[in-house]
Design a protein around this ligand. Structure first.
Ligand SMILES: Nc1ncnc2c1ncn2[C@@H]1O[C@H](COP(=O)(O)OP(=O)(O)O)[C@@H](O)[C@H]1O
Ligand SMILES: [Mg+2]
Length: 280
């Protein structure tokens, strides 16, 4: 079958599943998607349409090296974020393997040779991390579904415009301070209840929407048993401290005390007491 015929077949199925009129071909998903993705990815999107997770993809929110994020709609008309991992370069592959190897959940499985399989494993890892964090009460976009290299999440923002990242947001001093403590509490919940360390936490992976923060981009998060978990945690805390202290001027605790708090050695009350006394 030619690729045009294949696309035609996919489109026929898409219109059948959504009940859309075939004339409305201009605005909807496979037009947007076909240029960027391989046939397997287009089929995977169709499978999520079949599962009623995706009704349409409306626009690109972010085109990263490893993944693209789309704004879309589900069958109820609710906004969704659809993160699609690209099948990419050897360079990227090397980067990923570092995080998979040593994670007790993936140790027993072979690291796939094909980039496609690796991307599926990666999307699955992100989905599981999101679910663990969500269940632990961490503020993340609610994970909805994952199939192959595609992840569906609640959309943070409105009318297809994503919420600002922490690095982009313009907030009052008190709002920054509140968010600092809220994020730190979440890092503790991640550690205590989900037994995870984010591993890439910074002002670039936190969104701010209606006075609340959302932690995103959790594919690289590792279980506490991972040999680098402690290093990643310290790096995450150092990043938070740097941004909130140096960039926006919030009074923050010492790194050591942040660590003791996150790992459950001291209470929030004690941490706040130490922070206040060191800033006197
Ligand atoms: N649930 C979401 N709702 C709205 N926008 C999102 C959502 N998840 C991610 N984004 C946007 O897409 C960008 C890339 O997503 P991210 O998960 O950080 O992937 P990457 O690995 O490419 O950094 C984010 O910086 C954010 O702007
Ligand atoms: Mg990111």
């Amino acid at each position: 079958m030619s690729s045009e015929d294949r696309l035609e077949r996919i489109l026929d199925q898409y219109y059948r599943l959504t009940g859309k009129e075939k004339r409305r071909v201009d605005k909807d998903l496979f037009e947007t998607v076909e240029e960027v993705f391989d046939y397997a990815t287009v089929k995977a999107i169709l499978e999520l349409v079949r599962k009623k997770q995706i009704y349409e993809l409306k626009g690109v929110v972010s085109a990263g090296k490893e993944a693209r994020v789309y704004w879309g709609k589900d069958f109820k008309g609710e906004d969704i974020a659809v993160k699609i991992y690209l099948t990419t370069t050897a360079e990227f592959r090397k980067g990923l393997i570092k995080y998979l190897a040593g994670d007790p959940r993936f140790e027993m499985r072979r690291i796939p040779k094909s980039t496609k399989k690796l991307m599926e494993m990666w999307a699955n890892k992100e989905f599981r991390n999101y679910k663990l964090m969500h269940r632990a009460g961490v503020s993340v976009p609610t994970p909805r579904a994952q199939h192959k290299n595609i992840l569906v999440l609640d959309f943070i923002g409105e009318e297809g415009v994503r919420a600002p990242l922490l690095v982009e947001a313009k907030l009052e001093e008190e709002e920054y301070e509140k968010i600092f403590w809220d994020v730190l509490k979440d890092v503790r919940k991640m550690y205590e209840r989900a037994r995870l360390v984010h591993g890439d936490l910074s002002e670039f992976n936190i969104m701010v929407w209606q006075g609340r923060h959302y932690i995103i981009d959790v594919s690289q998060a590792v279980k506490l048993g991972h040999p680098n978990a402690e290093d990643f945690l310290v790096r995450d805390l150092r990043n938070l401290r740097r941004f909130f202290y140096e960039e926006v001027g919030v009074q923050v605790p010492e790194l050591k005390d942040m660590y003791l708090y996150v790992t459950g050695e001291i209470s929030e009350e004690e941490l706040r007491r130490r922070t206040a006394s060191s800033n006197e």
